[in-house]
Ligand binder design. Sequence first.
Ligand code: MF3
Ligand code: CO
Length: 251
Amino acid sequence: MVIIKTEQEIEMMKRSGKLLAKIHREIAKMIRPGISTYEIDQFVEEYMRKNGATPEQKGYHGYPYATCASINDEICHGFPRKTPLKDGDIVTIDMVVNLDGWLADSAWSYPVGNISDEARKLLDVTKKSLYIGIEKAVIGNRIGDISHAIQSYVESEGFSVVRDFVGHGIGKSMHEDPQVPHFGKAGRGLRLMEGMVITIEPMVNVGHYACTIDDNQWTARTIDGKLSAQYEHTIAITKDGPLILTDQEED
Ligand code: MF3
Ligand code: CO
């Protein structure tokens, strides 16, 4: 069941989203060879708590950290770790802020030091695919319009879209209906309505889209060991078009 949000509820979610966006801007300043994803995780948890928020991922189905930190061939749900990041790595930091009971969800991939041309292209294509998806998040379109736009752009660039993890509705719970796949057919699926709030969060692989799960039962990585990246925003469907609640632009 899709839970439609009122304008006031979307305002509350915008507050969570703004805090989350601020944290990503701080992470962007911290990322460099030598820092560990464990340090970043601790920073994130502290930052949320100082601002009256809590890390919704921590304890979610037993997930042990405030953030997911997925490095290179890790697709998602990487565990923060004390091993320092290295020059040339790419790392995706994913988190969910809970502020006064309302959630926002955003993942961002970061380059560490100097990265390869292939990694640079992967980050650029993945980020652009997110915004191509967001453009389709308008009243009257269907979920499949978002899915199809993302898949066709990503594949036209020679990369693949992960099938096993999808975007989702979000509000007072992290995962609400509907599911938002990043692959599929235009004109299919649920019709988008005013007051829906969803995430769009394409995970894009350089090689095959298939993944394996690590022994920790959480971390998904590419089956061929090639790179994966992800960008995610929380989006409200409004009369004025898609509203990016986790937008990182200063205002
Ligand atoms: N933020 C993730 C999502 O996009 C959820 C991570 S799973 C968790 O749905 F267990 F770590 F929370
Ligand atoms: Co999400």
